[in-house]
Design a protein around this ligand. Structure first.
Ligand code: HEC
Ligand code: HEC
Length: 344
């Protein structure tokens, strides 16, 4: 059975101990325990996920409960709180400032950005400041957070010297404190899944959405608000309360892997539930729906650095906005590479 391969070592150990110390009367109980362990760990054959689990065992993320109650510890805890309950501080009824759409950072950075493949923050401290093609400049962590505030939370930026910004930065640095400079742990950020050979299909995606997503996100993707209407139990996937068209998740190559590794939320925690095809198609469906149309004219100052799935021209290549939005992406990628090698 598949499950024994992943927990094979534990099982043998349990068996040996069972025979030696407890004899056979305990054996069924321990075997049951072994099964439960295997069940809890759940097994996946996805090599990317297995690699990240291995990495996680070596590289334990810091535990917030072990943080000392010092000024620094309190700042980090406040940063985490802002990321988990962003709406309470910055949402339409926010107690610090009413500057966002009411989503939480955690809605897209799962488990406060600790979950591998859940758009995790594990590589932030180790890779920032860094140059990014979207802005064409070296970005600080503060700049990157403000990017998500303006785009993913369709809101306004906050002062880099504010206590809230300092707290979020302190939390992100703490999350990555054991990662070596320049390294990206497996499962950091959003990974990639292979391109389909065809264009992603919103019509097919609609049926995936109806069978797998509606029960939480609602039939109009509107989500479900908390009873005090200060934040969401299930966040919106489109509409005026969702992220805007300049946010990373609007691009299919970011949305599809996020969905594949994290959704449906209750079923995908330890192994993916959707196939790559379903993930691309449902992403195409979501990105076909209306959302805030906020664009930043300074984005992608060099045309040829636009990713294949960036849906707004002008382009250095000859493909349409439609193909840049839904694919097929393989020929676009090949042409962009040709253009770039010509420039170099
Ligand atoms: C609607 C979804 C969404 C929300 C909400 C959101 N983000 Fe993000 N964030 C993203 C995406 C998508 C990326 C890009 C990930 C990638 O391409 O690997 C990103 C990237 C980041 C990064 C850079 C990560 C890296 O490794 O380069 C930081 C830091 C970040 N977000 C912080 C925040 C903070 C803080 C908040 C809340 C104030 C927030 N985000 C809210 C979607 C979101
Ligand atoms: C069991 C309920 C549940 C189901 C089913 C579910 N989700 Fe989610 N989804 C969530 C929750 C909860 C979050 C926010 C995670 C958090 O805050 O920890 C979320 C977040 C998201 C996000 C990022 C935030 C946003 O609002 O854009 C996307 C995208 C998403 N879900 C897409 C999907 C898709 C596509 C499906 C179907 C394949 C799906 N979800 C099924 C509960 C669910």
């Amino acid at each position: 059975m598949g499950i024994w391969t992943a927990t094979g070592k534990t099982t043998t150990l349990i068996k040996t101990q069972a025979v030696q110390s407890f004899r056979f009367s305990w054996f069924p109980v321990l075997l049951g325990a072994g099964f439960s362990v295997a069940f809890i760990l759940q097994v996946t054959n996805d090599p990317e996920v297995l690699k990240s689990k291995e990495e996680n065992n070596k590289n334990k993320w810091p535990d917030i409960n072990l943080l000392p109650h010092t000024t620094e510890g309190d700042l980090i805890r406040y940063g985490r709180e802002l990321i988990v309950n962003t709406a309470a501080y910055f949402g339409p009824k926010g107690k610090v400032a009413a500057i966002t759409n009411g989503m939480n950072c955690q809605n897209c950075h799962v488990m406060a950005g600790l979950k591998p493949f859940g758009n995790s923050f594990s590589a932030v401290a180790s890779t920032y400041p860094r140059y990014r093609d979207r802005s064409g400049r070296v970005e600080s962590i503060e700049f990157r957070i403000n990017d998500c505030l303006e785009r993913s939370l369709n809101g306004k930026i906050i002062d880099s010297n504010s206590n809230e910004m300092k707290a979020m930065v302190a939390y992100l640095i703490w999350v990555g404190k054991d990662v070596k400079k320049g390294e990206k742990p497996a499962g950091s950020g959003i990974t990639e899944i292979p391109y389909l050979s065809r264009a992603a299909d919103p019509a097919k995606g609609k049926s995936v959405f109806e069978s797998k997503c509606v029960r939480c996100h609602g039939s109009n993707g509107e989500g479900v608000m908390l009873v005090d209407s200060n934040g969401y139990m299930y966040p919106p996937l489109w509409g005026d309360k969702s992220y805007n068209v300049s946010a990373g998740l609007y691009r299919l190559s970011r949305l599809a892997p996020f969905i594949k590794y994290n959704m449906p939320f209750d079923l995908a925690q330890s192994s993916p539930e959707l196939s790559d095809e379903n993930a691309w198609d449902v992403a195409a469906f979501i990105s076909s729906q209306a959302r805030p149309d906020k664009k930043f004219s300074q984005d992608w100052p060099k045309m040829e650095t636009k990713p294949p799935d960036y849906p707004f021209g002008p382009y250095a290549d000859r493909f349409t906005e439609q193909q840049h939005k839904f694919g097929p992406f393989i020929p676009i990628k090949a042409e962009i590479e040709k253009i770039k090698s010509g420039i170099k």
